[in-house]
Structures are given as C-alpha cells and as structure tokens.
Design a protein around this ligand. Structure first.
Ligand SMILES: [Zn+2]
Length: 274
C-alpha cells in the first residue's frame, strides 16, 4: 500500500457548462466561505496538484428526484484514477427503488445524501426501506452531518438523528461529513463519536481544539477520513491543518489515505471499469 498518497473524500464539482451558475448560486448561501476553485473538473485537478492530493471523491447531490440519471451519466464520464464520483438518489423520489437499481447497475457503489438539500430527516422512520435497500445492495452512504450554513438551525442531520440511523442499519457503511456534525460538535461527542460510522475531517479546523481531540480520541483514528469540502475550503490548507495536529505518522497515514483507500477499493466498481 502506498502511504504517500492523499485521498480527499469530500469535494464538489459540476459539469463545465453548469459550474459557473451552480457555484454562483451556492455561493449566495455560503456566508463567508468563498469558492476556492471554479467548480470544474480541471480546476479541482489543479487544486489537487497544489495540495498533493492523489484522488478526490465527488460528492454529487440529487436536489431533485430527476437528477439521478444525469449524475450517473456524468459520473461515468469523469471516473478515473484520480476521480471517484459518488452517485445520488433523492430519498423521497417516487422512483427511489428504480433509481438505486439504476446506479447499482451502472457500477456505482457509493452515494452522497444531504438531508437539508434533499428535504429529509436522517432518522425518518418512513425512510427505513430506503436505507435498507442501500444497506442490502452494499452501497456506501456519505451523509452531510450537522447544521448547514444555508439552512439556519434546521436539525435534519443532527448527530443524534444520525446515531439512530447508524443503529437502525448496522451493515450500512456510512460516512458522516464534517466530523459528525457541522457546528454541532458538542453534540457529536456524546451522540455519535464512538459509533460505527466514519467521520470526514472537513471543517474540523472550526472545532475547539480540545473538543476536536476528545472527538478524535473517542471515535478512533480508524474511522476518520480526510475531507476538505472543496471548493468551500482550500484543499492545501485543510491538508496543512491535519498535519498541524501533531499526530503520529501512522495516524496521519490512516486519516489521509489508508482508511479511505480501504473504502474506495470496496466501493469503486465504476472507476475499476474504466
Ligand atoms: Zn460538501
């Protein structure tokens, strides 16, 4: 295994023709966070080169039920050695079973879901069958966690709700973004740290240092993966932040590469086909 590589499990890009409009409209709701790339594949690759990142996962989000198929088509186009695209399904789509089948048949084994943009609660009882299907099909689920700057105090993805989801679906491989819950870290510690899901590290630099250390210690290095949330944060700065924590080399390698690499090799059928 090559430990010199870095995998960024949380980035956003869009097809070239859509990127300017998508980035501009997202930036309207992103407060002080300004985009660090143009939101295109090429600008992400440039950012990756600057940061020494080998592979980026692309966190596509179907904000409308109809978007699953266009995300599948684009994912097939961009998948490759350095780009690992995640599919997406709108959970309350009338056709969610077919949508999951379609992306499974296209070779996609990982999805990104966002409770705020997709209008669901992480622990909604009526989504039991939806998450059971992802669990049974062996589809890794990357989930936005915590509050979202564009949605005020809406708690759809609160760490306690994600805890319920994790317990309801013990075989589902779940990655909770933003260290288990953006701006809800004091609740992450009692509610979600130490559970069987993974956390990505994006925005962890905003956590109080001692709280960050407590969350990392309780959750365990083996279930932490590096994520930047590019373009909203700068990939290189996020790499440097993790390096500033004073972790052992072995722990750094797990966060930057080993843990995500294990997940990627289990869930990256599409990339292998290319
Ligand atoms: Zn994100």
């Amino acid at each position: 295994m090559d430990f010199t590589k870095i995998i960024d499990t949380h980035t956003h890009i869009f097809p070239d023709t859509l990127a300017p409009r998508a980035i501009a409209s997202l930036a309207e709701h992103s407060g002080d966070y300004k985009p660090h790339t143009e939101g295109t594949l090429n600008s992400l690759l440039t950012s990756m080169d600057e940061a020494g990142i080998h592979t980026s996962w692309i966190a596509n989000i179907a904000t409308k039920p109809s978007q699953t198929s266009s995300i599948i088509a684009w994912s097939k186009e961009i998948a490759g050695e350095r780009i690992f695209p995640l599919g997406s399904v709108y959970p309350y789509s009338d056709t969610w079973e077919k949508d999951i089948d379609d992306l499974f048949n296209a070779g996609i084994r990982a999805v990104k879901l966002h409770p705020l943009y997709q209008h669901f609660y992480a622990d909604a009882p009526d989504l039991y069958d939806f998450f059971s299907m992802l669990e049974k099909k062996g589809i890794m689920t990357v989930l936005h966690a915590g509050y979202d700057i564009g949605f005020g105090k809406a708690d759809n993805a609160h760490p306690s709700r994600i805890r319920t989801l994790v317990e309801r679906h013990p075989s589902l491989t779940l990655v909770a973004a933003h260290l288990g819950g953006w701006d809800a870290w004091k609740d992450v510690l009692p509610c979600l740290a130490g559970s069987s899901c993974y956390f990505d590290t994006s925005f962890s630099h905003e956590t109080d240092k001692s709280l960050l250390e407590s969350i990392m210690e309780k959750h365990g290095i083996d279930r932490l993966v590096f994520g930047s949330d590019s373009p909203w944060l700068n990939q290189k700065q996020q790499v440097l932040f993790i390096k500033s924590l004073g972790l052992s080399e072995a722990d750094e390698q797990k966060i930057f590469f080993k843990n995500a690499s294990n997940l990627q090799s289990r869930y990256s059928l599409l990339a292998k086909k290319n």
